[in-house]
Design a protein around this ligand. Structure first.
Ligand SMILES: Cc1cc2nc3c(=O)[nH]c(=O)nc-3n(C[C@H](O)[C@H](O)[C@H](O)COP(=O)(O)OP(=O)(O)OC[C@H]3O[C@@H](n4cnc5c(N)ncnc54)[C@H](O)[C@@H]3O)c2cc1C
Length: 365
């Protein structure tokens, strides 16, 4: 259904975790906001490993981010399984085991809940409508209709139309394939590293009655083998029935250097807000979304400069993102090494160091 109005205080392109969270806080701040998404319904089809840290784990991972419980209100209906152990598995199969509180989501339900939360604050949605281009305050849809807005936020993922036209910045993109498999699986989360996923990693995240199993690679390191072949080989290690197959891609260069140009902003994957050392994008997109939404609402109210969004992001996520980028660069070197060397590198002595790298802490201290 077309919304009756064409002029808005703010328009958000994309209603994923970044866009819906941005819209939630813009609406909460008293401005009117329209979210435009090409999908109907938002969140489908699934493109995700579906793992997020618990809120307590998020407080440990991102200690400078305030009020995590207000931001991350994951309803029980969106959680398929709560887990308490993460295994980092080298090619030998001998894992390093860590305490880690995770939630494996029903991601579709999760994203729908974020839409409902934003709507409950007053945000409006236009779904099944793709944004073709943005020109100043004018947002043009593929069907030719136009909307205007004082501020436009690109939250359309790494192919966001605003990012494509206004930001000349390239990110490393990791293609990913995954399946939902039904069957009996151990309760631990698993991340696998080595030649089975060159330059990337593979995962098995248990769900109620099954698991989400997938793999991402750096194509430049794939040695002529396709992502399909790598993913099928990894998935065939597990017994169960494949219920769903999905694919997507992840930006893995970390956050880009600037999120604001004039009255245009980027947030979430569009701004590279994925922690490259562990692939976490959902919660990080929501952290960025809250900051963006609060600053946009303030800007519309009292003229606060939009660049305040970058200042607050740096305060809350600067250190964590820098540590994560550093760890990913280091990991990329290590994961080019032959499997026997990787097996040696995963040992009792390096165990704490590897965990610090994956969880975005400084390696020394
Ligand atoms: C296979 C895979 C597995 C992943 N696993 C995990 C995981 O286990 N844990 C984790 O934390 N992260 C994971 N991620 C990353 C995570 O999914 C993203 O970081 C997160 O979804 C980013 O949120 P977003 O709102 O920025 O983008 P998205 O969730 O991609 O939402 C973007 C929205 O914009 C819409 N859109 C795009 N272009 C347009 C347009 N032109 N017009 C209108 N609408 C548009 C899309 O329809 C979509 O709804 C995974 C990603 C992939 C691909």
């Amino acid at each position: 259904m077309q919304p009756p109005r064409t002029d808005w205080d703010a328009i958000v392109i994309g209603g994923g975790p970044a866009g819906s969270t941005t819209a939630r806080y813009i609406a909460e701040g008293g401005a009117d906001v329209l979210v435009i998404d090409g999908r109907d319904s938002i969140g489908s089809p699934l493109q995700c490993g579906e793992l997020v840290p618990s809120n307590d784990e998020m407080r440990r991972l991102c200690p400078d981010v305030p009020e995590i419980d207000d931001l991350l209100r994951t309803p029980d209906s969106a959680v398929s399984m709560r887990t308490s152990e993460m295994r980092l598995v080298p090619p030998s199969g001998k894992p390093l085991c860590y305490d880690f509180e995770g939630m494996v989501l029903n991601r579709v339900v999760h994203d729908e809940a974020l839409v409902e939360l934003a709507e409950s604050k007053g945000a409006q949605y236009l779904v099944g409508s793709r944004v073709e281009s943005v020109d100043g305050e004018t947002v043009r849809l593929r069907d030719g209709s136009e909307y205007t807005s004082r501020v436009v936020i690109g939250a359309g993922g790494h192919n966001d139309p605003l990012r494509k036209t206004k930001w000349e910045v390239k990110s490393l993109i990791i293609p990913v394939k995954f399946v939902l498999m039904s069957g009996d699986f151990e309760d631990a989360l698993e991340l696998h590293f080595g030649s089975m996923a060159p330059g990337g990693y593979a995962w098995k995240f248990p769900k109620l009655g099954g698991a989400n199993i997938g793999l991402g690679i750096q194509t430049a390191l794939a040695r002529g083998k396709s992502l399909n072949e790598y993913s099928e080989e990894f998935i065939s290690r597990y017994d169960g029935r494949v219920e769903f197959r999905g694919a997507g891609s992840l930006p893995m260069s970390g956050s880009i250097s600037s999120f604001v140009k004039g009255n245009h902003l980027l947030v979430g994957d569009a701004a590279g807000m994925v922690l490259p050392s562990n692939g976490a994008g959902i919660t990080i997109a929501m952290i960025g979304g809250r900051i963006a939404g609060q600053v946009v609402a303030q800007h519309l109210r009292d003229g606060t400069p939009l660049s305040e969004y970058e200042v607050r992001w740096e305060e809350q996520m600067g250190k964590v993102m820098r540590n994560s980028k550093r760890a990913f660069r280091l990991g990329s070197l290590l994961f080019r090494a032959p499997d026997w060397l990787l097996n040696l590198a995963f040992n009792r002595l390096t165990k704490p160091l590897i965990w610090r790298a994956v969880t975005c802490r400084p390696l020394l201290s």
